[in-house]
Design a protein around this ligand. Structure first.
Ligand SMILES: [Zn+2]
Length: 239
């Protein structure tokens, strides 16, 4: 089993215990051994990523705010949500943001069979391409946990797996703008990838309101530290 596969498959047990949408934190060892998988890129740049959308209210408001701030990001989309809200998915791509694949359903892949896993990734990718007209380059498995079948299929689809180096823990019903900001800042450094959620699809209802409230301070701190913020496409992750 490759190191990357081990990393992506780690945490499955934890996922069954915790209800949160992201359980496989990228630890120091993993960051050092697999910087590309962890989303580590250019030291002067921070990648801003959002999972679980598109969401009609959350994504639309987020796009408005990112546009005002002059910041672009990477959105890991769910095929089911793209089908439900195609106009929002198109607005992401039309706004100059990058789209990535999260899955069709938001399922823990190690709990699904190889065929269901392949179908999920294929359907998600086809839906995203058909609706947005963009060709995704990145794939982030739900909960940060993949399976062998998923990794093989992602490779066939030319999707590169990427996780994150810091998160806002913005999926709980107790998160606040301040808790999200502090959670991101705890591990944020140049070259890192931030995980946030522009949806409550797999999270506490309306938790994205706290994410939106936290965003200005996160962007301001990055700028104050001399870090550029943008999508994974501009993150300079080594091939
Ligand atoms: Zn997710």
């Amino acid at each position: 089993m490759s190191a990357a596969r081990t990393a992506l498959m780690a945490g499955a047990g934890a996922a069954l215990v915790h209800a949160g949408p992201a359980v496989a934190a990228v630890g120091p060892v993993r960051r050092r051994l697999m910087p590309g998988l962890a989303g580590i890129g250019d030291r002067g740049h921070v990648a801003l990523t959002f999972d679980d959308g598109p969401h009609p209210q959350a994504t639309t408001e987020l796009l408005r705010r990112l546009d005002r701030a002059g910041v672009r990001a990477t959105f890991f989309l769910l095929g089911r949500m793209v089908e439900k809200h195609p106009e929002v998915a198109r607005a992401i791509a039309d706004g100059g943001h990058e789209v990535g694949v999260h899955g069709y359903e938001h399922s823990l892949l190690v709990k699904r069979g190889p065929r269901a896993t392949r179908d999920d990734l294929d359907r998600a990718t086809q839906t995203i391409v058909a609706v947005t007209g963009a060709q995704p380059r990145w794939w982030r498995p739900p909960y940060g946990v993949a399976s062998t079948a998923a990794l093989v299929e992602a490779r066939r689809l030319r999707l590169r797996p990427v996780l994150w180096t810091c998160w806002g823990r913005d999926w709980t019903d107790t998160c606040t703008a301040d808790s999200i900001y502090r959670s991101v800042m705890r591990r944020l450094s140049g070259g890192g990838t931030i995980l946030l959620h522009d949806s409550d699809y797999a999270a506490a209802e309306n938790c994205w309101l706290s994410m939106l409230a936290a965003l200005p301070a996160i962007l301001t701190t990055c700028t104050a530290r001399g870090l550029r913020v943008g999508p994974l496409a501009e993150h300079g992750i080594p091939a």
